[in-house]
Design a protein around this ligand. Structure first.
Ligand code: ATR
Length: 269
């Protein structure tokens, strides 16, 4: 029996148990995946307890991703460069930190035919999710980054040599900038938040990625779709980051991850 979980705070609305338990069933692997609400002060003890109990590993989400990297015995080069882990594997008494968030982003872009290299990409937001996106965009000549809190954008630009900061007051102009990708990693556009207010103009981006998926179609995504541009959202990123995690737990890839994504998209549409 393979056991795994996602640890977060809050975690009640996580889709991960549904995704992984469906994949266990489809691959006929005996496994169980659960969501565990863990307060920050209990994070490390909970991880070590689950490792002792024989869990294969855990996925980690807000607010634990940096802490997860810090407590690991070993870390992959991507987790180290991103500064956060969304996957901890328990192997031979050791805790190994991995990051599959950037793979989820890359896969979501590639599946829609979007470019992962080129002259210019635009990224809005400089929080935890932005670091994985910037790591995945290292093959761009230039990434224009804009964030409400300037210092966070400047700190990101220090870590990724192809990143240049654009003042938040000028962010709307980035909708007209010729770019391979425009990526929203902020909470703007999410239910309960103001909208981003971005208007896509000419030439604008070749593809738009919005990390938000509640609602499934933000104003930004709708505008891009209307303009005939490929789009991806946070649900696609969630599915495609789960694929390598599932494979790390079980040694096998899930059978039909695209069908899982399509079903969830339909459910939340
Ligand atoms: P995550 O790990 O999901 O990226 P986060 O670290 O809290 O979460 O980052 C959220 C992002 O959304 C940040 O870029 C944040 O901007 P700040 O760095 O200025 O906080 C951005 N964000 C959230 N609410 C916002 C708002 N009302 N206006 C502009 N940006 C906002």
């Amino acid at each position: 029996m393979i056991r795994a979980a996602v640890l977060g705070h809050p975690i009640a609305h996580s889709l991960s148990p549904r995704i992984y338990n469906r994949w266990f069933e489809e691959t006929e692997i005996e496994g169980h995946y659960e969501a565990i609400d863990v307060a920050p002060e209990a994070f490390e003890t909970t991880v070590r307890k689950l490792a002792d109990e024989g869990y294969a590993g855990v996925n980690v989400t807000i607010p634990h991703k940096e802490r997860a990297l810090a407590l690991a015995d070993e870390a992959s080069s991507s987790a180290t460069a991103i500064g956060a882990a969304n996957l901890l594997l328990f192997r031979n008494g050791k805790i190994i930190a991995e990051n599959t968030d950037w793979c989820g982003f890359s896969e979501a872009v590639e599946r829609e035919g979007g470019p992962l290299s080129g002259d210019t990409a635009v990224v809005l937001g400089a929080g935890g999710a932005a670091a994985g996106v910037l790591y995945a965009l290292q093959n761009y000549e230039s990434v224009l980054l804009s964030n409400r809190t300037r210092e966070r954008a400047d700190a990101m630009a220090q870590r990724f040599p192809n990143v240049d900061v654009v003042p938040w007051e000028e962010k709307l102009s980035l909708g007209q900038t010729a770019s391979g990708l425009l990526v929203n990693t902020t909470s703007l556009g999410m239910n309960g938040y103001p909208t981003l207010g971005m208007i896509l103009g000419e030439p604008g981006p070749d593809m738009v990625v919005d990390i938000v998926y509640t609602p499934m179609e933000t104003k930004l995504v709708r505008a891009a779709r209307k303009g005939g541009k490929p789009v991806a959202n946070g649900l696609a990123m969630l599915i495609w980051q789960a694929v390598p995690s599932f494979e790390a737990y079980t040694g096998l890839p899930p059978k039909r991850p695209a069908a899982t994504l399509a079903d969830l998209e339909m459910e939340f549409a």
